[in-house]
Design a protein around this ligand. Structure first.
Ligand code: SAH
Length: 332
């Protein structure tokens, strides 16, 4: 669907009319990607990060986090268990930890691919050569949020990083044939509705395959501790408009939505979302991967699946059987 910036701002601002927007996004979701909800198993394999993003709990300057990294064998074992529990997509996410060079990570990707799963990487910014090597080793998808398209805001929040480079990374990933996921945070300090509208138009133009949209949640050990943070309502409205703009992409009900408001995940699934990421990282590690306070998940992969399956039944939805890539969205 085509929407102007002004029309998007009006939708984002209309709190009173949000149920109408949610219903419309839900109908578009049903028509274009069906009732199946695709599950992803999220493995948070390192919280070591070279960056210092002001919003992020695992930023380099936070000396209170105990740092960890899963070694290749442990990473493969976590993936094996998640695949055995039925996950058809595994998302491997980390801080920007350069320990995992292609020499170390490619053999891991190759082994995990043998478990018959789609592999999504979310490791942040790397060189073209690294992205190419990971792709050749079998990685199918890559997830990297642009965070915001307001360059001044980006450079304030992500000191030492370059918005232009992040954008180029997304183009390189696309060129290499990755299914591309990106997205933003809503409710960042200094971010206005017009800026979010521009983000959405940017993501539409880029032609992403997946959009992750979550509310910013202030973390106590970061410089943004005293900021207000995003609301669930604005995050959901942003997500619903994304569904209207890109009707056939994958859109997760993000963890930050559920963290901000128990039940946020189910609400999102009825307002345009068709994907859920469940954390399959061992609890002792996922606890340390605290991007924001109260982040849910971690632990037994099986339990999360069963619970979600029951919740989905009440909505007349089901867990998708396939890999759940874009354009291959089976009906229930
Ligand atoms: N290093 C990887 C993964 C980043 S963590 C990368 O650069 O892509 C995954 C996402 O968590 C980030 O892209 C950001 O959008 C989100 N995030 C980080 N801190 C957050 C916070 N305080 N509240 C909400 N979301 C946050």
């Amino acid at each position: 669907m085509r929407l102007t910036k002004e029309e998007i701002v009006a939708l984002l601002a209309d709190e009173a009319g949000e149920e109408v927007l949610f219903r419309q996004a839900d109908e578009v979701r049903k028509e274009f990607v069906g009732d199946a909800v695709h599950l992803r198993g999220l493995i948070e394999f390192s919280n070591i990060c070279r960056n210092d993003c002001l919003y992020c709990g695992i930023r380099r300057s936070n000396k209170k986090v105990c740092r960890y990294r899963l070694e290749p064998e442990a990473l493969i074992e976590t993936a094996r268990r998640a695949a055995a529990a039925g996950f058809k997509t595994l998302v491997m996410q980390s801080g920007e930890d350069l320990y995992y060079t292609p020499e170390r990570l490619c053999p891991v990707i190759e082994k995990i691919k043998k478990f018959d799963v789609a592999v999504t990487l979310s490791l942040g910014e790397r060189s073209y050569a690294d992205y190419k090597a990971f792709r050749e080793a079998g990685a199918d998808r890559y997830l990297m949020r642009i965070e915001t398209t307001d360059k001044d805001l980006y450079h304030r929040l992500d000191p030492g990083m370059s918005w232009q480079r992040r954008y180029e990374c997304l183009l390189e990933l696309k060129e290499l044939g990755y299914e591309l996921g990106s997205g933003i945070m809503t409710g960042l300090p200094g971010q206005c509705l017009a800026s979010i509208a521009e983000d959405l138009l940017f993501l539409q133009k880029l032609g992403i395959d997946m959009a992750g949209i979550g509310p910013f949640i202030p973390h106590a050990e970061t410089p943004l501790v005293r900021e207000a943070g995003g609301t669930l309502g604005l995050a959901l409205r942003t997500m619903a408009v994304m569904r209207l703009l890109l009707p056939d992409i994958n859109i997760p009900a993000t963890t930050a939505m559920e963290t901000l408001h128990p039940g946020g995940r189910l609400k999102a699934l009825q307002a345009g979302a068709n994907v859920v990421m469940l954390n399959v990282t061992e609890k002792c590690y996922s606890r340390l991967y605290a991007l924001y306070p109260g982040k849910t998940g971690g632990g037994a992969a099986e339990t999360g699946r069963d619970e979600l399956g029951e919740q989905l039944e009440t909505l007349g939805r089901c867990i998708g059987a396939g890999y759940g890539s874009r354009k291959q969205n089976p009906v229930c």
